[in-house]
Design a protein around this ligand. Sequence first.
Ligand code: GLN
Length: 225
Amino acid sequence: MAITDSSVIGVIDLQGGVAEHLNHLKEIGIAARAIKCAAELDGLSGLIIPGGESTCMSRLMRSFGLDCAIRRAYDNGLKIWGTCAGAILLARENTSGLPPFFGFIDMVVDRNAFGSQLDSFSCNATIPAVVEQDSIPLTFIRAPKIVHVGKGVRVLLKINDDYIAAAESDQILVTVFHPELTASLAFHRYFASKCNLPQASYIEEDKIVDLNWTPKSWMRFSSHV
Ligand code: GLN
């Protein structure tokens, strides 16, 4: 039986940074659930395709029948946010010549554009469209570059004048970095408002940082600690 709840954001739970996204949504008072099968997509307000490894995730999505179900949900208006590998899967084209997976957003991505995993890095940026004033910490893990966006796609962040790190269309948000791996809640709040989900009344209006977050926060999700 399909599970229906129109004020929930789902996070695809096949591979990658799932728990961290669920945690950030909880911190801003948004109901969230991990999505493993097609029926669980029904009635969602928004969907996050996390970072991880895009080839692996695309194969798992096919095996679990989630690719067709996500296409149908997108056609019915579902808002989707892809982080890093998730953004690669949403792009219309990638420079490696591989066929696009979803192709929901008119942009071209250059996968693994900075080199190997060892070339991962972090920096800070101000993104006025997402949060006023504050500079946001950004974590890039073997990230792609967005090298071109087409009509109907707004650039939210450009770095070093030559590549786009965050963009959106009416239905899709993409970030090539990982807000869920930082203390910043700004992008999760931004996506919740894109999904027309009201801010929970018990969360302070200006809460854009999880003060309890540490770089080791993810360890509390591990069954080994
Ligand atoms: N390099 C990965 C890929 O190509 C993406 C990395 C990530 O999601 N952090 O799929």
